[in-house]
Design a protein around this ligand. Structure first.
Ligand SMILES: [Zn+2]
Ligand SMILES: [Zn+2]
Length: 380
């Protein structure tokens, strides 16, 4: 049934897997009418509902009962659509062809009918299996793509009403800008191929990050996305390293920033500076970091994450909005971490604290040893 329906009405197709929701256009006397048919779960027409665009409703005025009756009694959807078209042709005596698109200014943004036939033929070339989502206006598409390592990616395409004359807006979860070359002859299939090439140029970057993510404890970002170039890797309790990879040269020495109490961070920083020349772009980033810092990273196989995610000593939580407790008391016997915002508010409230520009000098709420906190721009 479906194939006959699509053949006679190439602009009408099911929106869901169960084939109980059809949406699209029927063409009568070179006019396109938007309609939507909702079938009950059994797929039978009995109990089906028809939603028409206002132009179609206007043309069918006075014939609603007939249409409703035919909908309930037709053998199948193909028969019903055929009957509906017949009713529409009979209504030709009324000046419905003048039922104006002109009178409704918002209709100007509705693409011309050839937009839909063009879209369907492009999707047929690309393969419907690659369509993850299409909105009810048929303007926003999400296409799936798999890179050569089997990672799944999504390309979001917003088509313009003058498609394909005008280039669509494309976006994806990538660490680099998505540059797409589009000409008025371009198709979605070509767009998809270009996207696959972009993905291939980034597989090494994702390989490096996938290794880091699987073999270490990542403190930040909480849920890394494919566009994230930064990882904060736990080294020990209250010590971590923040690395920022270059997506174009992922195996080169990344930008590194060691975070934690001074007495632990200083020796690590010295090793990083002394051993930097040992960095070998042919071996993995994680292996290089290990050799340069002369440490073993705690891994999910050997350690619990809770030993690195120590809560803030002031608010007793780990995450404060997006922030984690990254201000650490430098006293080796204390080492208590705090959120920057918590420590700043705490110290500022104490008369014994001293402020100079955006730095507050005070005492650690835990061990009373000197502690300072710098206010970041957005909080001051
Ligand atoms: Zn806190
Ligand atoms: Zn302390």
């Amino acid at each position: 049934m479906e194939s006959a329906l699509v053949k006679d009405n190439p602009l009408l197709f099911p929106l869901n897997k169960q084939k109980t929701l059809y949406d699209g256009f029927i063409t009568v006397l070179e006019r396109d009418f938007r309609l939507r048919v909702l079938l009950p779960p059994d797929g039978q027409l009995k109990g089906a509902r028809l939603h028409c665009c206002w132009q179609l409703r206007q043309v069918l005025q006075g014939y609603e009962h007939i249409v409703k009756q035919r909908l309930q009694q037709s053998a199948d959807l193909v028969t019903f659509i055929l009957e509906l078209k017949t009713v529409l042709v009979r209504r030709r005596s009324t000046p419905w062809l003048e039922v104006g698109l002109k009178s409704r200014p918002e209709c100007r943004s509705i693409p011309p009918p050839r937009y839909y036939s063009q879209l369907i033929s492009e999707m047929e070339t690309l393969g419907w299996g690659r369509l993850l989502f299409i909105d009810t206006e048929f303007r926003t598409l999400r296409l799936k793509a798999e890179d050569s390592s089997g990672r799944q990616h999504v390309l979001t395409v917003k088509l313009k009403s003058r498609h394909p004359a005008e280039a669509p807006e494309c976006s994806a979860d990538l660490p680099v800008p998505l540059d797409i070359t589009w000409t008025p002859q371009s198709t979605l299939d070509q767009l998809h191929s270009q996207f696959l090439l972009v993905l291939e140029s980034l597989t090494e970057f994702w390989e490096v990050l996938d290794e880091i993510d699987s073999k270490t404890w990542i403190l930040e970002p909480e849920k890394p996305s494919r566009s994230d170039t930064m990882r904060r890797i736990a080294i020990g309790t209250n010590v971590s390293i923040k690395v920022e990879l270059d997506p174009r040269h992922p195996k080169m020495l990344p930008e590194c920033c060691l975070l934690g109490a001074e007495h632990v961070v200083t020796p690590l920083r010295n090793k990083l500076n002394a051993n930097m020349h040992l960095w070998n772009p042919d071996s993995g980033v994680l292996l290089n970091l290990r050799d340069v810092l002369e440490i073993e990273f705690p891994s999910p196989a050997t350690h619990e994450k809770s030993s690195f995610s120590v809560e803030c000593g002031i608010c007793y939580s780990y995450r404060l909005e997006a922030a984690i407790p990254d201000q650490v008391c430098n006293d080796p016997r204390c080492g208590q971490p705090f959120h920057q915002a918590c420590l700043y508010e705490w110290l500022r409230a104490l008369p014994s604290s001293r402020q100079s520009f955006n730095i507050v000098f005070g005492e650690c709420p835990y061990c009373s040893k000197p502690i300072t906190v710098k206010m970041s721009a957005q909080q001051s």
